[in-house]
Design a protein around this ligand. Sequence first.
Ligand SMILES: CSC[C@H]1O[C@H](OP(=O)(O)O)[C@H](O)[C@@H]1O
Length: 366
Amino acid sequence: MEKLVQELKEKLRPKIRPISWAGDKLILLDQRLLPFETRYIEARTVAEVADAIREMKVRGAPAIGITAAFGMVIALIEKKPRSIDEALKVLEQAKNTLAKTRPTAVNLFWALDRMYNKAVESASKTASVNELLQDLEEEAKRIFEEELEAEIRMGIYGAEFLENGDTVLTICNAGGLATGTGIGTATAPIYIATALGKQVSVIAPETRPWQQGARLTVYELMQNGIRTTLIADTAVGLVMYKKLVNVVMVGADRILLDGHVFNKIGTLNEAVLAHEFGIPFYVLAPTSTIDTKSKVEEVKIEERDPDEVRTVRTSQGPVYVTVKDVPVFNPVFDVTPPKYVTGIITEKGVAIQPLHKNLRRLLNLT
Ligand SMILES: CSC[C@H]1O[C@H](OP(=O)(O)O)[C@H](O)[C@@H]1O
């Protein structure tokens, strides 16, 4: 596995770099404008990093975690603390600011906790703020590299469930744009299977309201030569009914130890329909997406700006498609009960049913 991971890591380095670290700032691909415009923005302050996450200039659970990790490094560069104690206070404030940007993707909180804990560990060994800064920069880079390797491992495990000629139904964008580093999570098996010589196609629902499918997944897969068909979200039932789908593969923003999966709104619809039509439904995520503490009723499902539903994003910017002041309910994630999930594919292996037991086994928690 290790030899294959390293070989594929070089072969599959992304053409599109949604997140780049430039030593003292982040360079981010503004995903609100894709596929119509490729515009990069710079984030040099904690406030700018927080804005980039909150406004979905960068989005996707792993990408949000990586961005926040570098946001902690930027905090020290921006505030220039004169002592270790002051540095830890700066980092605690940055952690609190970044934690308020979006509530559902657990990778954000996992990355912030990991960076802060690293800072505390480093502060116990040095009085030098510069050494602390270097340690944190190395930790953020490690998170970035670990994510890419995790995606390749997920891809290798997931490719085992793909036959030559298969069509995969996905949702939203759980590709390299959503992880910031490489081949994505739900799309990783597609890239690996293709690299290993299998012909695999994708059906991508547009994924209203933010259109991650129509604007990001289609863009990314076509750039990488993957046969892709765009459908309206309302067509997911018919494509399964007509046997046009062999397997469903989706990403995740938070997976609980009992197997509940929080992911883009519409995932539950696909999961229930796949269960009805006897189609395997796989969730792909790094173990940094597994929340070992929360209960399903404790997880906040993000609700966003009503105008996201009232408009569609076009090459001319958002255009209203309804009455401008119509009341809107805009939850951007839903929760899929474990019974609808065939398996959860991570970089550490695949958890099949019963998920509540096999997830613990995967994480060595039994
Ligand atoms: C591998 S990305 C996981 C997850 O993040 C996306 O949400 P958003 O675009 O709102 O950040 C989507 O739910 C993906 O499945």
